[in-house]
Design a protein. Structure first.
Lengths: 566, 252
């Protein structure tokens, strides 16, 4: 095992060196990101606690719902952990750049495999810490268990992570043994996205919010049976839920020796089985993963026609870049497949509006519909910002290390940046208007509100896209390993914050005039001169904020690109 | 044709290129030699318009790069040391991208030019394959192909022979000589002293960001006071001066 420690040491050294050597701006980034993470955890804790307290206040079924929720959370974590391990295992076990060197050293296959599995486990499980800890702590806050709960929580979660890691790595090894690693990665990404979309649809269309509302069930018995529906007794999450729930609610905890033993035996067996399988197939799979990448392109003719149509209005040089961007996007399976996620997001967004119980609201229907339409602008803005963080914020960095082609070409950077802006503006405006118009139609809002929302959304998108391109250029990273990670990095998070503030300011500034117009309409009074002045001032402020949101980030981004020194 | 006047690049208080002055005549092949971290790539990147100088001027074909960047870049072809390309494009599509960026008209003559260059660099059979399947040498040849597409008057080349097999290296040397004989000026950094000796009309040696010697290989030999090949001359001229800033540069 000596070599195992040697193999995992570089990762710790790298982490330590990064902490020690980071100064000034870098250290500030670490603090800001840490602060944001902490704020997120606090938010999760507060929301989870309130939900659990609400459940607890409901007699008889409150605890049943809380228990059901715990089992759902654990099952979700477990499934996500398996997926996460599959994806990271392909990189850690087969595609990492340092693997060639490691395989050339005299370390044993088992040691190398275990060290890489350890990295996979570390890379994939931090998610549980960020998302899971505040939720579990909320349970502890509400149910006030003894110290035994914390010990159970710690070791049972560790066992769950090991089981998920074992399953994920095992699946990866078998897949790579059958397909080459590069293709396996594509296949896994594709399947993962389809699974996420399916789960997302399933979860949404099941309308879990009904669980908090027993009236929506035909009978209380039907409701209780829905809550008590047993999970498979063979699922580790079932054993963990039982143990955790009893240590939460039964003073001193019940004796769950069997469930605990079963969980840990499964975890350790997974490790042993994985080592056996690795002895048999890991080297063969790694050798396969060194095969050349894909040579031929598929569907080139259709793509050519599509590219030709889109690039036409952009002229020779900009058109060439747009053609390149489109081809790269549609040939990279990990990129285009995210459009499926986007589609699912839009469908569920619209669906949510179609199931709103507006008729049950105590507020006057007309007023509520228009209030919701207003809120909808904000929500749609945030959805567009999130989409923009993934696709537009990364648009400049997407040039990758081939950015020298752009910077050494005669094309002006101003033209390049504004060209990207225009290129993304059209689909974003289209998406924004579809979201707003369809949901407003479902809400059955007034013509005035429909018109106002559409115009306001159009101007808001101008700012959201400019912020995305500008911040993307300001925090351009041409040496990324995975482009999707850039949107959750410092620049991406900062973009989301600034974009959210921009949307909030615009909504707040527009809320005043709309309120004035609606109340005067509802009460049948005329708008006073002072109120008109307020309305005009508010709309002028909106125009000013929009101009600022469009030109300032683009200017900052342009300056950053001009001064970029690789 | 190329004039570098007091060209300086300072990275956070460290001088990577220190007031260098170079004048290259039209149609010449100029070799730019120096140990690792001496400032060769920084100089070349400044000349290609990728990074901005801290001070000094770069004049190409009578135009100042700082004042007319687009016009200068239109006149220049650039070959970087590492051929990072858009991996999801085919070789042919990459050449179309370059043609777009340099605003070349899509005429039958242009198609002929692409075919001619692909043939010249032995890439015709690979033109419809994704670049991600190319070897390092093939990518390097594709970059060279792209840099000649718009018939540049000046070719700026960083380490052209890295990753090329002997046959490709000979091909490239031949192409450079031919380009120079047709009037193209070539500014080339290289570690290969054999290549410099064989094809360069004039050579400059840079060390710790400063030009320590300049002239024909014969003149450098005299300056160093050694007989034999350029390797001896180079070692003599750069001996005893290990680079304190190598470590710094590697971080950039």
């Amino acid at each position: 095992m000596k070599n195992f420690y040697l193999l995992i040491k570089p990762r710790f050294f790298a982490f330590r060196n990064q902490l020690i050597s980071s100064k000034g701006g870098k250290r500030k980034r670490i603090f800001i990101l840490g602060g944001l993470g902490f704020a997120f955890c606090c938010g999760m804790f507060v929301v989870s606690s309130r939900v659990l307290m609400h459940f607890q206040s409901v007699e008889v079924i409150g605890d049943l719902v809380a228990r059901y929720l715990l089992s759902m959370i654990l099952l979700t974590f477990f499934s996500l952990l398996i997926f996460s391990h599959i994806i990271t295992a392909v990189s850690n076990l087969y595609l990492s750049k340092d693997l060639e060197f490691c395989h050339s050293t005299p370390v044993s296959v088992e040691e190398l495999f275990l060290s890489r599995s350890f990295f996979t486990l570390m890379d994939s499980s931090w998610m549980l810490l960020i998302f899971g800890l505040p939720v579990f702590m909320a349970y502890a806050y509400v149910y006030r268990p003894g110290a035994g709960f914390y010990f159970t929580l710690l070791h049972m979660n560790l066992a769950m992570i090991i089981i998920a890691a074992g399953a994920g790595i095992l699946i990866t090894m078998l897949l790579v043994y059958v397909f080459p690693a590069q293709r396996t990665k594509d296949i896994i990404m594709f399947i993962a996205i389809l699974m996420i979309v399916a789960l997302y649809f399933l979860f949404r269309f099941l309308r879990p919010e009904r669980l908090a509302n027993p009236d929506s069930f035909f009978s209380i018995m039907e409701y209780l049976s829905a809550l008590k529906a047993p999970q498979s007794p063979y699922l580790p999450t079932q054993w963990i839920t039982e143990t955790l729930w009893d240590s939460l609610t039964v003073p001193g905890g019940k004796n769950h020796m069997f469930a605990v033993t079963l969980t840990w035996v499964t975890a350790l067996s997974m490790v042993v089985i994985n080592v056996w399988v690795a002895q048999a197939v890991y080297i063969a799979g790694f050798s396969k993963s060194q095969e050349a990448k894909k040579r031929h392109t598929v569907g080139t003719k259709i793509l050519d026609v599509f590219v030709r149509c889109i690039k036409k209005p952009f002229g020779e040089d900009l058109g060439a870049i747009i053609a390149k961007d489109l081809r790269t996007f549609f040939r990279d399976n990990t990129q285009w497949s995210q459009l499926i996620l986007l589609g699912a997001l839009v469908v569920v967004y619209v669906y949510n509006f179609s199931v709103l119980p507006l008729d049950k609201s105590p507020i006057k229907l007309d007023f509520l519909q228009n209030e919701l339409a207003f809120l909808n602008m904000g929500l749609a803005g945030f959805v567009l910002s999130a989409i923009s963080a993934r696709f537009i914020f990364t648009a400049v960095s997407a040039e990758g290390e081939a950015y020298w082609v752009i910077s050494s070409s005669p094309m002006r950077l101003r033209q390049y940046l504004w060209g990207k802006y225009v290129y993304f503006l059209f689909p974003m405006v289209f998406l924004a208007e579809v979201l707003v118009i369809v949901t407003n139609y479902l809400l059955d809002v007034t013509c005035f509100m429909m018109f106002l929302s559409s115009i306001a959304m159009f101007f808001m998108v101008l700012g959201i896209v400019a912020l995305g391109i500008g911040f993307g250029a300001l925090y351009a990273n041409f040496k990324y390993e995975n482009i999707a990670q850039l949107s959750v990095g410092f620049g991406g998070v900062l973009y989301m914050i600034v974009s959210s503030i921009f949307i909030a300011i615009v909504i707040v500034l527009e809320a005043g005039p709309v309120y004035i117009l609606f109340t005067s309409d509802a009460s049948g009074t005329t708008v006073t001169a002072f109120q008109w002045l307020l309305i005009i001032a508010s709309f002028l402020m909106v125009v000013l904020i929009n101009i600022l949101a469009i030109f300032k980030p683009m200017k900052m981004g342009l300056k950053a690109l001009r001064e970029y020194e690789g | 044709m190329i004039k570098l006047i007091d060209l300086t690049k300072v990275y956070k208080g460290f001088c990577a290129v220190d007031e260098i002055n170079i004048d290259v005549k039209a149609g010449a092949i100029f070799g730019f030699l120096g140990p690792n971290g001496a400032g060769k790539t920084t100089t070349i990147k400044m000349m290609a318009g990728i990074i901005k100088p801290t001070s000094g001027q770069i004049i190409i074909n009578g135009m100042n790069l700082a004042e007319k960047p687009s016009a200068v870049k239109q006149y220049v072809g650039f070959i970087p040391d590492r051929p990072f390309l858009y991996e999801k494009l085919t070789g042919f599509e990459f050449l179309l991208l370059i043609a777009g960026l340099y605003r070349l008209d899509h005429t039958p003559l242009f198609d002929h030019r692409i075919s001619e260059l692909l043939e010249l660099f032995d890439l015709s059979h690979w033109k419809d394959e994704l670049i991600e399947s190319y070897s390092h040498g093939m990518k390097q040849r594709l970059v060279m192909c792209a840099s000649l597409l718009h018939r540049p008057g000046v070719l700026i080349v960083d380490e052209p022979m890295v990753g090329l097999d002997p046959r490709a290296a000979r091909l490239v040397k031949g192409i450079f000589k031919e380009q120079a004989s047709n009037g193209t000026t070539i500014f080339m950094s290289t570690h290969s002293l054999e290549v410099a000796q064989e094809i360069c009309d004039e050579i400059a040696i840079i060390q710790t960001g400063q030009i320590v010697a300049k002239g024909t290989s014969e003149a450098l030999r005299r300056m160093a006071g050694v007989d034999g090949d350029l390797e001896h001359t180079f070692l003599k001229l750069t001996e005893g001066k290990r680079l304190g800033h190598e470590k710094f540069l590697s971080a950039h």
